[in-house]
Design a protein around this ligand. Structure first.
Ligand SMILES: Nc1ncnc2c1ncn2[C@@H]1O[C@H](COP(=O)(O)OP(=O)(O)OP(=O)(O)O)[C@@H](O)[C@H]1O
Ligand SMILES: [Mg+2]
Length: 340
């Protein structure tokens, strides 16, 4: 019954556009729009496929129907449809982990900080959020057997707290060349929340150019948003903006199989008698997006206690570790100290 010509109807028709299509060739794009998109960090089909229409409208100065048409053309080209459970399983097999430096903390996180996921660390000032970031930025550069991925790092610094001297110090402890270790970390200093978003929008292009990038750090995620939206009564607006940047980070994590580690300062409120005394100011917006959330607090004798909160797949629990000149390590137990 079936005619010869229809033989190929069961298989996928040959697709005119694919992931490697130049964005200027997509329906509705063209040279002018392509150049505007590139300047804004949308350099390829996939980044465009996952773009927010509002951003595309603004960047290209075009109307909503055109923006939507462009994005859906990119989605079509990127073949971003449903995937089978089996493909899903394949993807999760590709997950890689970076050691925090503390065994106990790694175990709490199911083996270290995970790729394809956002790990959010929140706690009050001095609790060790940035110190974990420094340690991860070094450890990711180590070979696999030492807890790393021989990877490079992107560091978005929103408070000017990146310290090259700390990187060099930790590199030496791990036997890495300090200058090389610094070279492998690309630091973007964000001066406003808009600038922070613009920096994040550039990351896809950076990873395309340097596929060794395995870790994205944002320290801290909320500081600029918090400062800028203070007293403006536009909390919903802030949350919406935060949501966009968080989703962009999650897309980067999925698409490039990289880990995202972000920090979030919260104030301990000892006056509060009920509920969570460390509830992040402005609500739990990050919580809904982050895959792993660690709450850090200062423990006895300079130790730190990490608590895993709301994890989808891991049991809640706590881990104790310490921060010293040598970086993040397991807490030395008292008996071991005495025999030294
Ligand atoms: N070289 C070092 N030697 C020993 N301890 C250090 C060293 N550097 C940092 N620390 C410890 O780390 C703490 C600072 O931690 P960190 O900067 O990670 O805090 P944070 O959670 O990022 O705070 P904030 O919210 O203010 O950014 C210091 O109080 C100190 O205890
Ligand atoms: Mg910090």
């Amino acid at each position: 019954m079936a005619k010869k010509e229809t033989e190929t109807t069961d298989s996928e028709p040959e697709r005119k556009f694919n992931e490697d299509t130049d964005i200027k060739d997509l329906p509705g794009v063209g040279a002018t729009i392509a150049s505007k998109l590139r300047n804004a960090g949308y350099e390829d089909v996939i980044s465009l496929a996952t773009a927010n229409p509002m951003d595309v409208i603004e960047i290209c100065e075009i109307g909503e129907p055109t923006a939507k048409k462009i994005i859906s053309a990119a989605q079509e080209a990127a073949n971003m449809n449903f995937v089978s459970g089996l493909e899903f399983e394949e993807r999760s097999k590709a997950v890689q982990r970076i050691s925090t430096g503390s065994n106990a903390l790694d175990i709490l996180l199911g083996g270290g900080v995970e790729s394809q996921a956002i790990t959010e660390c929140y706690g009050e000032f001095g609790s060790g959020k940035s110190q974990i970031a420094f340690q991860l930025a070094i450890n990711v550069q180590l070979p696999k057997e030492k807890g790393g991925l021989e990877g490079h790092v992107i560091w978005v610094d929103t408070e000017g707290t990146f310290r090259f001297s700390r990187v060099e110090q930790l590199a030496k402890v791990k036997g890495l060349d300090p200058k090389e270790a610094l070279q492998n970390i690309k630091v973007g200093r964000a001066y406003s929340s808009e600038h922070q978003k613009a920096l994040v929008d550039k990351i896809a292009g950076m990873i395309n150019r340097d596929p060794k990038i395995k870790l994205i750090i944002v320290d801290s995620m909320m500081a600029l948003y918090r400062a800028e939206y203070v007293g403006r009564g536009t909390l919903a607006d802030r949350q919406q903006k935060l949501n966009v940047i968080l989703h962009n980070l999650q897309r980067l994590a999925d698409r490039f199989n990289v880990a995202v580690y972000m920090t979030n300062q919260v104030m301990a409120r000892p006056d509060m008698m009920f509920g969570d005394p460390t509830a992040p100011v402005g609500g739990h917006i990050i919580g809904h997006v982050a895959t792993y959330r660690i709450y850090l607090r200062k423990g006895k004798k300079g130790l730190r206690v990490a608590k895993l909160v709301d994890s989808p797949s891991l049991p809640e629990g706590e881990a104790t570790f310490q921060i010293s000149a040598d970086g993040i390590t397991d807490a030395e137990d008292e008996d071991a100290k005495k025999t030294k």
